[in-house]
Design a protein around this ligand. Structure first.
Ligand SMILES: *Cc1c(COP(=O)(O)O)cnc(C)c1O
Length: 247
């Protein structure tokens, strides 16, 4: 590294760094859309801020990011509180598994819950949202694991139970069913997984035409997800850097 480079690195603020990485991810999304003839406007970016400090959410909000994703109730709640009014400039998505005893708490801070995989959880979220005087968008998390053992351990509704769950969610007063979400199994073939998700989404649209969101694709596989119709990608590492805690 030359001394000039070192000066450049030192003076680069975290916000500059995030700005640069956002531009790179934006270019990847644009290229992936172009490659399959989709409009870039059809794919929204959710920046996954789990394990990173509230100051990063603040920087992202200032950079114009509209939504962030969190995976733990307590952590997300603390960040939202810490940011005060600034927190309301972004929509907060819960993307991690929700234990039933945390559902009421999640309903108090999350604008969207992407990880709804069973009716019991949806019911508590609806009650919690109602108690908080709000309504909430939810996505059904679809399990794309090949074995039922992995489905059970990683969360997600088995594909053949998704329409039944969708139908029941439509009957809950404080929830709006906005679409489906999935994580491609690792190891595994992301193309095959996201193709399956597209099939499941088509079935959901059959009973809930407004459920247009397909949340799929992370730092490593956003291109495959976009090729199979993702309308939202969830990107952590490629924007915020490596997580020291892996989850
Ligand atoms: C952590 C996480 C992401 C982001 O993953 P990266 O590989 O960091 O982009 C996306 N979706 C879910 C459900 C996650 O838990």
């Amino acid at each position: 590294m030359t001394p000039e480079d070192a000066i450049g690195v030192e003076s680069m603020t975290r916000q500059d760094e995030l700005h640069e990485r956002l531009a790179l991810v934006d270019a990847r999304i644009a290229a992936a859309c172009a490659a399959c003839g989709r409009s870039k406007d059809d794919v929204r970016l959710l920046v996954v801020t789990k394990t990173f400090p509230a100051s990063d959410v603040a920087a992202l909000a200032r950079l114009g990011c509209a939504q962030v994703g969190e995976s733990r109730d307590q952590e997300a709640r603390a960040k939202r509180e810490e940011l005060g009014a600034l927190a309301d400039r972004v929509r907060w998505h819960m993307i991690g598994q929700v234990q039933r005893n945390k559902a009421r708490s999640v309903a108090a801070w999350a604008d969207v819950v992407e990880s709804v995989d069973r009716l019991a959880l949806a019911e508590v979220l609806s009650t919690g949202a109602q108690a908080a005087g709000r309504s909430m968008d939810v996505l059904i998390q679809v399990s794309l694991e090949e074995s039922t053992h992995d489905q059970a351990s990683r969360g997600g509704c088995p594909p053949d139970e998704v329409t039944e769950l969708a139908d029941r969610i439509l009957g809950l007063p404080a929830l709006r069913l906005a679409g489906v979400m999935a994580v491609a199994p690792h190891p595994g073939d992301p193309d095959r997984a996201f193709a399956r998700l597209a099939e499941v989404h088509a079935m959901v649209l059959g009973i809930a035409p407004q459920a247009s969101t397909v949340s799929a694709g992370m730092s490593a596989d956003l291109e495959a997800a976009i090729a199979h119709g993702a309308t939202q990608v969830r990107i952590g590492g490629a924007i915020l850097g490596n997580r020291t805690v892996l989850r």
